[in-house]
Design a protein around this ligand. Structure first.
Ligand SMILES: [Zn+2]
Length: 65
């Protein structure tokens, strides 16, 4: 028997794989919150030029002048 991943009650056929619409929404919110917490989204906002400049400073800080 399949069980609800949220509350572990037996799954209802109408709400698979959850036991109810309520648990389905709880699971959706969980993924929503998790995706907002991923820092990779902010990295996409950094343009390539500033990344390259920062990388060169890290490689050879003394030969820049
Ligand atoms: Zn449930």
């Amino acid at each position: 028997m399949t069980r609800c991943p949220i509350c572990t009650k037996p799954t209802a056929a109408a709400s698979k794989p959850f036991c109810s619409e309520r648990c389905r929404e709880v699971d959706l919110n969980k993924w929503f919150t998790a995706s907002y917490a991923v820092p990779a989204v902010e990295l996409d906002d950094v343009d390539d030029e500033s990344l390259e400049a920062a990388a060169q400073l890290l490689i050879d800080p003394d030969e820049s002048h």
